[in-house]
Design a protein around this ligand. Structure first.
Ligand code: ADP
Ligand code: MG
Length: 862
């Protein structure tokens, strides 16, 4: 950085540096005419991140500073990209009239990824959460807000693992922590953009006061915060920070409610399981191909957001789940009603965010008209719901009317008002006598001006005399050069043109002043009336928000019903027992990726005291992973209240779902190390309960065969034998040796993916059948994958050699109890040596020699 010599700086530069000093941790967008400019390091960063040109500008004597700017009309697009990358932007706006010597500038808002409410910066079906976190004595207080909808929730968590799970459930866009706790908390927060709070923001007394004021309450007990001091601080902190970034322009926060909750009230899912099961997005980060993508038939943005919330937090509450099921069922049984409601909902704008925009004072005239239009649809929605009067009565009742709001908006605003207030024309004629009088006066004056052309032509005898208007000189009478002699004495010259002269008369000036003042006054009056209207509508915002949520709920259950009907899902029986029974279950995503009818359904029956663990073997590509995941997804769907892809299902509610995938199956995560796999697995073993469902897919694969096998076996034994665990488990493995465990562990049952072997060909039947596979068919899959014939042939020879080299494998197949495995180290070292051969860099002769060496050392005695 150059040393800043204030004396040399231009006044503009001084103003910039001053603002930048007040917002050091942001990119400062400095409004200069039609552009927002950035300077110095900000400019370099912005140029790089947004791929825009880096220029420079003289800002001090003999000195140019780097500059990069974006046009103000396209600024949201650029801001959205910076927010997505986790940056913070301070917007310095011009105040006062343009044209005066030096514009005043002030930062009116600071945009951060978690506090944006501008429609262009939000995704319709995503919540944008700002989350605050405080820790003390190993406990954590957490609160989050969606400032665009007013959703506000807080909780406390007793340990770091629970905190990390909760962070992954909420998925905040930005996380706020105290500066002094940053270092301790940052490792838990992953790659969420972090902001540091000033100490005062989390100060307990201030937090209480701010919460009480914002919630207009006398005590925090009513919100469940009574004995949650850390949650109270987090909730206060999040409000303070939001106010700090958004209050600058005097904006009100659209928050009138706070929900405290317990994370244990939801089905526990850690981040690995969320990722493995591809609930909201696939392992590669896309929505397409996720569970969400196949069950999302919502028609409104608020419905889309609610469905995400449901899928992120499956329930444990039987009564609530049955209520949801009943609502879904009502739509399943009334297809016509579903269609009708969907048609109405498709016409609904984002009522929840519109209501919040009223409170924030950001709603435009068009926003208010859209709001009224959607409120007008409510009676029709209610009427449609009356097709299932008993089951949906409660929902219909929640959709109350807002005749007052509709009346206010329709009475005051035109049906299709302009987007902004600046040009007038927003207020409906007949609404304000004052405005109407003003406009009538103006229109009389305009008529008078128009009439002047005729009367003045008559008076002066100038046939081509013309009355006109231009922005700089206002109204004028134009006379061509040839007729100047006839111009009367009361004409005052105003402007000389090439072909003539322009004049005004006292009369014309009088009219003009009426027209111009009327226009100015009109905009002022309309703005005033509009703002009053918006404030009045804002009074209903909390109630409208409740209705928006009821609509979201209707949208979600209707969408789930639509999915259930079109894809033949069934209503699962739910209870608090320990059974998990799925008859003809399907994988909701994979079945759609295949042609209709191709997916092969499979059953699953698990009990704590019966078949507690299915040990599933079978060749690669047989469908093991698909089967495991489909069972987990069916449980998740059942526990959001949805129907499930099966002929019938019985789900004893599950408290946790764990999934772990062997390292090699998990390449997409980029951290496919054996270590990660083991960390994840030990976490399961420590935290599962008899009510949990564990999905283990090829665990132990990330290490050499015998280690992996030993670990896999130990895990199976632990789950089976440990009294605190005892979870229902699906275990897919290519270690067919593990099937021997069935004989020793009574609640472990062998299953395999059935295949048909015909003349060296393997046909996958995709059917789960009792019994264990005796080999893995890896070579066959290599053949399928197009490996050269010679490689396949050679591999077959080698396999035969290997199997023959294993003592106790008389018929060439390893059929030994798993605990004898340690005896087979010769085969292991053979395999290692074989794998270590660098075939790419060997001559054929070297390869032949190496082979011979192997044969000598490991081959049968000849
Ligand atoms: P594995 O885990 O045994 O290697 P996967 O579960 O990955 O096998 O399945 C491989 C492929 O087989 C899937 O991508 C899918 O196309 C197909 N598949 C799996 N299960 C079924 C099924 N039940 N019906 C039809 N096709 C299936
Ligand atoms: Mg697999």
């Amino acid at each position: 950085m150059r040393p800043s010599n204030l004396a040399d700086d231009t006044p503009l530069r001084r103003q910039y540096l001053n603002l930048k000093r007040q917002h050091p941790d942001t990119i400062l967008f400095f409004r200069l005419g039609d552009f927002y400019e950035t300077f110095d390091e900000d400019a370099k960063l912005v140029a790089r991140e947004l791929q825009i040109t880096l220029t420079s500008r003289p800002m001090a004597r003999g000195e140019r500073v780097p500059m990069a700017g974006v046009p103000h009309h396209a600024v949201e697009h650029y801001l959205a990209r910076l927010m997505a990358k986790g940056y913070r932007v301070a917007m310095a706006e011009q105040l006062g009239e343009p044209g005066s010597k030096m514009m005043e500038r002030e930062v009116l808002r600071v945009l951060t990824p978690g506090t944006v409410v501008e429609p262009g910066l939000l995704e319709a079906t995503h919540n944008t959460y700002l989350l605050a976190l405080v820790s003390a004595d190993g406990r954590y207080g957490l609160a989050y807000i969606d400032a665009s909808t007013g959703q506000f929730a807080a909780t406390e968590l007793g340990d770091a693992a629970a905190l990390v799970r909760e962070l992954h459930r909420v998925g905040p866009a930005e996380c706020l922590v105290l500066g002094e706790q940053l270092e301790a908390l940052a490792p838990l927060l992953g790659d969420v953009p972090l902001s540091t709070a000033d100490a005062w923001m989390f100060e307990p007394g201030g937090c209480r006061d701010t919460l009480l004021r914002q919630l207009e309450a006398a005590s925090l007990e009513a919100f469940g915060l009574g004995d949650l001091p850390l949650a109270t601080r987090a909730a206060g902190g999040v409000l303070h920070y939001l106010g700090h970034t958004r209050h600058l322009a005097g904006e009100k926060l659209p928050i009138s409610e706070l929900r405290t909750y317990r994370a244990e009230g939801f089905l526990t899912l850690d981040q690995y399981s969320r990722r493995n099961l591809e609930i909201l997005r696939t392992t590669t980060g896309e929505v397409k191909g996720s569970l969400l993508s196949v069950v999302d038939a919502t028609c409104t943005p608020m419905g889309g957001r609610l469905l995400r919330q449901w899928l992120a937090a499956p329930l444990l509450d039987l009564a609530e789940l049955e209520a949801r099921q009943e609502h879904v069922a009502a739509f399943v049984d009334n297809g016509l009603m579903g269609g009708e409601v969907a048609d109405l909902l498709r016409r609904m704008p984002d009522l929840e965010r519109l209501a919040a925009r009223c409170t924030q004072g950001l709603a435009s005239p068009r926003d208010l008209v859209a709001l009224a239009a959607s409120l007008e649809l409510l009676p029709a929605v209610r009427t449609a719901l009356a097709a299932a009067p008993e089951r949906l009565a409660q929902l219909a009742a929640a959709l109350r009317d807002f005749p007052e709001v509709v009346g206010l908006v329709r009475g005051a605003l035109r049906d299709e008002p302009p987007a902004t207030l600046t040009d007038g024309g927003v207020i409906r004629p007949g609404f304000s006598p004052e405005l109407d009088g003003l406009l009538a006066g103006a229109s009389d004056a305009k008529a008078g001006i128009a009439g002047l052309e005729v009367t003045e032509r008559e008076r002066t005898g100038i046939r081509n005399l013309r009355v006109g208007y231009n922005r700089v000189f206002g109204y004028y009478i134009e006379v061509s050069n040839g007729n100047l002699a006839q111009v009367p004495a009361d004409y005052q010259r105003k402007q000389t043109l090439a072909g003539g002269e322009r004049f005004v008369t006292p009369r014309l000036k009088e009219y003009e002043s009426i027209v111009l003042t009327a226009e100015e006054r009109r905009v002022a009056l309309e703005t005033e009336m509009f703002e009053r209207l918006r404030a009045e509508v804002a009074g209903w915002a909390p109630t409208m928000r409740n209705v928006a949520q009821a609509l979201a709920y209707v949208d979600v259950v209707r969408g789930l019903a639509h999915v259930a009907v079109t894809r033949h899902y069934c209503r699962p029986t739910l209870d608090l027992g320990d059974a998990l029974d799925v008859v003809e279950g399907r994988h909701p995503v994979i079945e759609l990726a295949l042609p209709p009818g191709v997916f092969v359904p499979n059953d699953c029956h698990l009990r704590n005291d019966g078949c507690q663990m299915m040990l599933l073997t079978g060749p690669n590509m047989a469908g093991k992973s698909t089967y495991l995941r489909q069972v987990a997804l069916i449980v998740l769907l059942a526990q959001i209240g949805s129907f499930v892809p099966a002929a019938s299902a019985h789900v004893g509610l599950v408290d946790r779902v764990f999934t772990r995938v062997g390292a090699q199956d998990d390449l997409a995560s980029g951290q496919s190390t054996f270590m990660v796999e083991m960390v994840e697995t030990s976490l399961i073993l420590q935290s599962s309960t008899p009510r949990s469902l564990i999905i283990l897919d090829e665990v132990g694969r990330g290490t050499s065969t015998f280690d992996g096998l030993a670990i896999a076996q130990a895990v199976v034994e632990y789950i089976h034998n440990h009294p605190a665990c005892g979870a229902k488990t699906l275990f897919a493995t290519h270690y067919h040796e593990l099937t021997a465990l069935e004989a020793e562990l009574p609640r472990v049952h062998n299953f395999r993916m059935d295949v048909l072997e015909e003349k060296g060909q393997v046909v996958f039947l995709r059917k789960v059948v009792p019994g264990g596979a005796d080999r893995s068919y890896g070579i066959y899959v290599a053949k399928l994958a197009g490996a050269p014939r010679s490689v396949i042939r050679r591999a077959e020879e080698l396999l035969a050699t290997l199997e023959a080299a294993s003592p106790g494998a008389p018929n060439g197949h390893a059929r030994h109890p798993a605990h004898q495995l340690a005896l087979f180290s010769p085969a292991e070292s053979f395999r290692d040596e074989l794998e270590d051969l660098d075939l790419q860099n060997m001559t054929p002769l070297q390869a032949l020699n190496a082979l011979q060496g192997l044969q000598l050392r490991y081959g049968r005695a000849r």
